[in-house]
Design a protein around this ligand. Structure first.
Ligand code: ATP
Length: 278
């Protein structure tokens, strides 16, 4: 490192900050035939961390995750992937679980994953690996139609993990899992983050996710009402559930009542305008 390095130091710091940010959501808006599901949403997702996105029914979680994953088009705003403005170069790095597993009920889990692996150019051995990873190896020849909800969740996770992605986007991954399954998933996702991968998930299970997430985004009526690390939120003795209920009881255009984090979304930051209704 040079000694005249104010500029270099700033450049290094900027590079480090950019490297830490896996996903940047900037002014994201999604309209469905005039109904605004997500409005001018801005936040960042740290690489190598687990970020939880929370909101009441209809708050816009799934819509936001769909746009972030490239499964739906934004009406306005943009999503940056590690600084890049299209997901094209990073698609192989992205594992998504949003819809219920998507497998035909008459097919076996193994056959379903083998066809996904073939489409992704992956060897069959990878299917065996992910089946073991999600605990479905013993039941993989069974038809998916005979799977329990928890087993279908595990299959959806297996599909998301197939490409060994750097970024996982998971909508309600704990749904249908029993307490042992939830503990298993927490361990799996923590291992993913500890190995440098980025995890973004939505959940209504605030008690279960409080012990899992590093960062929290709370959305209410399509808007971000809080974002920041979980530590300063719960260190004051309140539970995530209590904080969440307080945040989602208010008019979303009000100032964030927890207002302690300088990285909080700037409500004045306008995203690009225009776009089309879906
Ligand atoms: N394809 C669609 N067409 C029209 N409206 C939609 C569509 N998808 C979602 N919406 C609407 O957008 C809003 C946000 O829905 P979204 O599914 O994103 O919420 P959510 O936070 O995931 O809810 P939940 O917790 O109930 O799953 C809702 O009012 C919903 O009715």
């Amino acid at each position: 490192m040079g000694t005249s390095g104010t500029g270099t130091a700033i450049a290094d710091a900027t590079a480090a900050t950019m490297a830490d940010v896996a996903i940047t959501v900037d002014g994201l808006t999604k309209r469905y035939r005039g109904h605004t599901a997500v409005e001018n949403m801005s936040f960042t997702v740290r690489g190598g961390a687990i970020t939880g996105i929370f909101g009441l029914n209809g708050a816009g979680k799934t819509t936001a995750l769909k746009v972030i994953s490239g499964l739906a088009r934004a009406s306005a705003g943009q999503v940056l992937w590690g600084g890049h403005d299209t997901p094209a170069g990073t698609r192989g790095r992205l594992g998504v679980f949003i819809e219920p597993c998507g497998a035909h009920p008459g097919r076996s889990a193994r056959a379903h994953l083998r066809s996904l692996a073939a489409m992704a150019g992956l060897p069959r051995a990878r299917v065996a690996e992910v089946l073991a990873l999600v605990g479905l190896d013993q039941v993989s020849p069974r038809r998916v139609g005979r799977y329990s909800l928890g087993m279908r969740q595990r299959l959806g996770l297996a599909a998301a993990l197939l490409t060994d992605p750097d970024i996982l986007v998971l909508d309600e991954p704990m749904n249908g899992l029993d307490p042992r399954g939830i503990r298993w998933l927490r361990t799996l996702l923590r291992e993913q983050a500890d190995s440098g991968r980025t995890v973004m998930l939505s959940s209504h299970s605030l008690t279960e996710t409080e012990r899992l997430v590093d960062d929290v985004i709370v959305i209410h009526q399509g808007r971000v009402v809080h974002q920041g690390p979980i530590g300063p939120m719960t260190d004051r003795g309140a539970t995530l559930e209590e904080i969440f209920l307080g945040l989602t009881d208010a008019d979303p255009t009000d100032t964030d009542p927890t207002d302690t984090d300088p990285t909080d979304t700037d409500p004045t930051a306008a995203g690009p305008t225009g776009g089309e209704d879906a």
